[in-house]
Design a protein around this ligand. Structure first.
Ligand SMILES: Cc1cc2nc3c(=O)[nH]c(=O)nc-3n(C[C@H](O)[C@H](O)[C@H](O)COP(=O)(O)O)c2cc1C
Length: 195
C-alpha cells in the first residue's frame, strides 16, 4: 500500500478533500492529513465538521479508518512530510485555495502545506493540485502555470456530466477519482468511459 498526503485548504469544496482522505484510507493507504486554518473554517461551514487545524482528529477525518490517518499540525513545517528524506508517494492539495496556490508557486514553505508541496516538487514526486475559484484572475492562472511547469498536475474541481451523475456525491466522486488516478493509484469510484 502507498503513503499519501492530503492537504485540505480554504477553498470551497472541502467535501472533495474529505472524500479523498476517506477513500484513500478505505483502500488501506496511509494518509497524512494537513488542514489549513482556512480549510478548517470551510470544513465547518460546508461539511459541518469541526476540526482543529493544529490537531485534526483522525476519527473525524475518517471515522471508519482512523488508524490509516496521520494528522499533522498546519504550522508544523518540521513534520516528516516536510522533509525530502521521507518517502511519500504523493501529495494532493484538495481543494487548493488561491492563497495556497500563490504560496506554493512562490515556494514560500511557510506552513506545512506550502513546505510539503515545495518538497514534492524538488524531489520530483507527484503533486496534484485541485484549484477552486471562478473566475480566475491572471495572477491565479500564472501561479497555476508556474506549478504545472514545475511538475505539478492541475486537476480543477470541475466534474464532468457524461456519466449521468445522480447526486452531489457522484459529482464529488468524479473529481476525487481523477485525483486518485493522478496520485498514481487505482480507483473504482467512476467507470472508465467506454465510448
Ligand atoms: C466559505 C468560504 C469559501 C471560500 N472559498 C474559496 C474558494 O473557492 N477559493 C479560494 O481561493 N478561496 C476561498 N475562500 C478564501 C480562503 O479560505 C482564504 O483566502 C484563506 O486565507 C486561504 O488560506 P489557506 O490557503 O491557508 O487555506 C473561501 C473562504 C470561505 C470562508
Amino acid at each position: 500500500m502507498a503513503e499519501y498526503a492530503v492537504a485540505i485548504t480554504g477553498a470551497s469544496g472541502a467535501a472533495y478533500g474529505l472524500r479523498l482522505v476517506r477513500v484513500l484510507a478505505a483502500a488501506q493507504h496511509r494518509v497524512h492529513v494537513v488542514v489549513s486554518e482556512g480549510g478548517a473554517r470551510v470544513l465547518r461551514h460546508e461539511c459541518e465538521l469541526s476540526l482543529s487545524h493544529q490537531a485534526p482528529s483522525a476519527e473525524l477525518l475518517a471515522p471508519a479508518h482512523a488508524a490509516q490517518i496521520v494528522p499533522h499540525a498546519f504550522s508544523n513545517y518540521g513534520a516528516c512530510i516536510a522533509s525530502g528524506s521521507y518517502p511519500l508517494d504523493g501529495l494532493a492539495v484538495c481543494p487548493a485555495s488561491m492563497g495556497t496556490i500563490g504560496r506554493m508557486a512562490a515556494g514560500t514553505g511557510e506552513n506545512l502545506v506550502a513546505r510539503a508541496a515545495d518538497v514534492a516538487l524538488k524531489e520530483g514526486r507527484r503533486l496534484v493540485v485541485v484549484p477552486r475559484e471562478t473566475p480566475f484572475s491572471r495572477i491565479h492562472l500564472r501561479n497555476l502555470l508556474t506549478l504545472q511547469e514545475a511538475g505539478a498536475t492541475i486537476v480543477p474541481a470541475n466534474p464532468g456530466f457524461y456519466n449521468a451523475p445522480q447526486s452531489i456525491g457522484d459529482l464529488i466522486d468524479f473529481v476525487v477519482a481523477r485525483v486518485i488516478e493522478q496520485l498514481g493509484s487505482k480507483q473504482d469510484l467512476i467507470e472508465p468511459w467506454q465510448g
